[in-house]
Design a protein around this ligand. Structure first.
Ligand SMILES: Cc1cc2nc3c(=O)[nH]c(=O)nc-3n(C[C@H](O)[C@H](O)[C@H](O)COP(=O)(O)OP(=O)(O)OC[C@H]3O[C@@H](n4cnc5c(N)ncnc54)[C@H](O)[C@@H]3O)c2cc1C
Length: 460
């Protein structure tokens, strides 16, 4: 679909010539996100720098029925920011101010383009933190974090983004600007609308400001790794630790494939023959952290850990966590196409899900890599394939579907944090009952009757 020149002219008037792009190379750069298989160019990319500009863009798009796809850092892994029906990519990256940090009220007010890492660096200087930690924090923006309800390793102890959003300034698909929620931590005024918009994946409008709840940065943290000869055994350790009344800040699982890739990229003496490694961070008061670290080491040994490695200092701890991040990046770099999923199961089903993946790997001969936030049952089984090899790709997709089915049978969900986007919309009917699906569609219709907001996402 080619956009009428008069629409481009009106958009230019709204955002200024420096904030609009229509050249072929520009459009190509905004045709994809961090998924491997979804690519579609927009007709125009705009970078509004104020709420008013976004409101005007939305009024124009709504009147002319032009699709609008919001975008932040483009790091999502569900196809969320791919403009699959063309139209306008509305990138909020240039609205990147931290408007307020209140130490007294422990809140921050941020614009959507603030990069998560920059927010946490600013908060750390005040002894505060915003806990949700998607491992893309170097590039993920707060608009994307809110719209994806992002989580990360810290989800185990601290929850995900929705637990920290107190209020929002939001531009609706018709261009109206609303303010919902408040700066207070308690608020029981009507329906909890901020929670509706958190995780809405750009389909219900555009976030222009968020009021975030913060917590004090824990005074101490220590990292340890436990190496196992059986990946499913490692998975079962998670609930054994929690049953002891210890809630680590993070528990991450890396399988043999990931350990080997880490050793290739940044040798740090990890045992490359180990079937799996659990990486723990314990945080809180120093005395409690030391005590809990000792007890977690014992529990790991009692349950089959072959080796325990404790980071001697924060620098060494940083090395482990950098390795964990590099491990996920390696998953994407090692094959032409990667199907990186994020099924989540109740914690006591983690070993069953891991065993199922291993069974499928044996049956199909397809490589299934397992890395993930084991602490909250959110694993990222990733399938290495090549979409240009039709037979292999079909087998890979069928295998992934079998993993989704298994997770649902275990009482889990098809996405713990990456969202539905384009990747998982074909599973919505399986994962959600018809009445609930209809309620969701009715909400979408109410707020976006012309269907211009990130069309093609979430539902078939
Ligand atoms: C290596 C890697 C590791 C990752 N690790 C994690 C992880 O541990 N946990 C996790 O949860 N995710 C993870 N992700 C996924 C991703 O990084 C997060 O979803 C991130 O929060 C997206 O932020 P973004 O700014 O890149 O958003 P984008 O990718 O640009 O957009 C994401 C979605 O939000 C919408 N959107 C963007 N801005 C706005 C706005 N202002 N208003 C309304 N909607 C908007 C878009 O339309 C799209 O649907 C990872 C990704 C990678 C590549």
């Amino acid at each position: 679909m080619a956009l009428d020149q008069s629409i481009i002219d009106r958009l230019t008037k709204i955002v200024g010539t420096e904030n609009i792009f229509t050249e072929k190379e520009d459009l190509a750069a905004y045709a994809y996100d961090a998924t491997s298989i979804w690519v579609h160019e927009p007709e125009v990319v705009v970078f509004p720098i104020s709420t008013e500009q976004i409101s005007d863009v939305m009024k124009l798009a709504n009147a002319e029925k032009v699709p609008v796809t919001p975008r932040g850092g483009g790091t999502n892994v569900s196809g969320g920011s791919v403009p699959i029906e063309g139209g306008i990519v509305l990138c909020t990256a240039r609205m990147n101010q931290i408007v307020e940090i209140s130490k007294e009220n422990m809140i921050a007010v941020v614009e959507p383009g603030v990069v998560l890492m920059n927010l946490n660096l600013a908060l750390a200087a005040e002894g505060l933190m915003f806990p949700p930690d998607p491992q893309s924090f170097v590039g993920a923006t707060m608009g994307g974090v809110v719209a994806e309800n992002s989580g990360g390793p810290a989800g185990l102890k601290y929850g995900v983004t929705k637990h920290y959003v107190l209020g929002l300034e939001w531009v609706l698909p018709d261009g109206d600007v609303i303010n919902i929620g408040a700066t207070t931590t308690k608020n029981r005024t009507g329906y909890d609308l901020p929670q509706l918009f958190v995780g809405s994946e750009g389909t219900l409008g555009v976030m222009t400001k968020a009021i975030l709840k913060l917590i004090p940065k824990p005074p101490a943290a220590r990292t340890m790794a436990a190496v196992f000869g059986d990946v499913a055994e490692a998975g079962s350790l998670v609930f054994k630790v929690l049953q002891e009344g210890i809630v680590p800040g993070k528990i991450e699982l890396l399988d043999n494939w990931v350990i080997n890739r880490i050793e290739e990229m940044m040798p740090m003496g990890l045992p490359t023959d180990a079937d799996a490694m659990l990486l723990f961070e314990l945080d809180g008061a120093k005395e409690a952290v030391d005590r809990e670290l000792g007890r977690v080491s014992e529990i790991c040994k009692e349950h089959g850990a072959d080796k325990i490695m404790v980071a001697a200092d924060p620098e060494e701890a940083m090395k482990y966590w950098t390795a964990r991040k590099a491990g996920f990046a390696a998953v994407f770099g090692k094959s032409p196409t990667t199907l990186a999923e994020d099924v989540t199961v109740p914690r006591d089903k983690i070993p069953d899900l891991i065993r199922k993946c291993k069974e499928l790997e044996e049956e199909t001969g397809i490589t299934i890599v397992i890395i993930g936030h084991a602490g909250d049952g959110n694993l990222h089984p990733s399938i290495l394939t090549d979409e240009d090899d039709a037979e292999h790709f079909k087998k890979a997709q069928d295998t992934m579907h079998a993993i989704f089915d298994a997770a649902l049978e275990m009482g889990g969900v098809v996405s713990g944090e990456h969202g539905v986007g384009l990747e998982k919309k074909q599973f919505m009917e399986k994962a959600v009952s018809p009445r609930v699906l209809q309620i969701m569609k009715d909400i979408k219709k109410l707020l976006d009757p012309n269907g211009i907001m990130n069309p093609g996402k979430i539902w078939e």
